[in-house]
Design a protein around this ligand. Structure first.
Ligand SMILES: [Zn+2]
Length: 303
């Protein structure tokens, strides 16, 4: 097998950091556990692909997990109306859903629910007490669904919850497998620090160009994108609520590293196939881009 290891030879070509204020700075949106506007980190699990720590199974996580003891107050994040209360969910505990007009919030694994369907709620109102999942892990699982209220409508909760953004994820071009030089397999590694966990998308593009050529103005041979929200929308079957439990769709293999709230960063390897390569491996150049929820972007290019 012929492959190039480009770790160490990639170069950061641009990084934009926006440092936006939290969208709830006016008090209209609060966190579901603390009712604060500054964040509830560390999260024990974030939105997107993950390997579960208790059984090594790959799944697609449609919300965030906030580890808190059973019986912790759960707050409505914004003004709205309760549209659903489920007594016994298959994931464990009770579920409440609130309609906020242009999106829904759901609160899962609750040990009790303090509101009824039809009730109006204000931001910060206690609507439930937290509980635990079927595996015994005490936490609140929290989702944002937009524009509908199905599981395929789940979007990154940090789209809505206020948090202090610290800038773009870090990104590496890893292994470039040239076994078939016309169809390279390219692995990209994204790394997002704890207290951030806001990766939105990663893309990779191939170019035929000499070393040192500036890629950003060139037309790529091929380009592929993994957008986490689009992935959920595409692969969650609306009829069955099936989980996205296969890490390999459309020739993009997703391998998250294990993560929990004691770790400093969350790391995911994406291996892209279906790309166009070059006959001469020395002319294959790779550009990768990662984007976070706030639109911060980082791009790296192979040399
Ligand atoms: Zn969860």
């Amino acid at each position: 097998m012929s492959s190039l290891w480009l770790r160490g030879s990639w170069v950061l070509v641009c990084s934009s950091a926006l440092f936006l204020a939290g969208c709830g700075a006016d008090g209209s949106v609060v966190w579901p556990v603390s009712a604060e506007t500054g964040g509830d980190f560390p999260l024990s699990s974030t939105f997107g692909p993950r390997v579960r720590t208790d059984d090594d199974v790959y799944d697609f996580h449609r919300g965030i997990d906030i580890a808190v003891p059973e019986g912790t107050d759960v707050h409505a994040i914004a003004a709205g109306r309760v549209t659903e209360v489920q007594e016994n969910t298959s994931a464990g505990g009770m579920m409440v859903k609130v309609d906020h007009g242009d999106y829904y919030s759901t609160y899962i694994h609750c040990s009790s629910v303090e509101v009824d369907v039809g009730d109006s709620v204000d931001p910060g109102d206690v609507i439930a007490l937290s509980g635990k999942a079927t595996n015994g892990f005490a936490h609140l699982h929290f989702e944002i669904r937009k524009p509908g209220d199905d599981r395929k409508d789940c979007v990154h909760p940090l789209d809505v919850l206020p948090y202090a953004d610290k800038g773009a994820p870090t990104l590496e071009i890893g292994k470039v497998d040239m076994t078939n030089p016309l169809e390279p397999r390219i692995t990209i590694t994204t790394r997002v620090p704890a207290g951030e966990l806001d990766l939105r998308s990663v893309s990779v593009a191939t170019f035929e160009a000499d070393a040192g050529a500036v890629l950003s103005g060139l037309r790529p041979l091929s380009e592929r994108v993994y957008d986490i929200e689009a992935w959920n929308r595409a692969y969650t079957a609306p009829a069955s609520d099936a989980v996205v439990d296969d890490p390999n769709h459309e020739g993009i293999l997703v391998r998250p590293q294990k993560y929990n709230n004691t770790m400093s960063a969350s790391e995911i390897d994406f291996t892209f196939t279906g790309l166009v390569g070059t006959v001469t491996s020395g002319l294959l150049r790779v550009r990768a881009v990662a984007t976070d929820v706030r639109g911060n972007e980082i791009a790296v290019e192979s040399q």
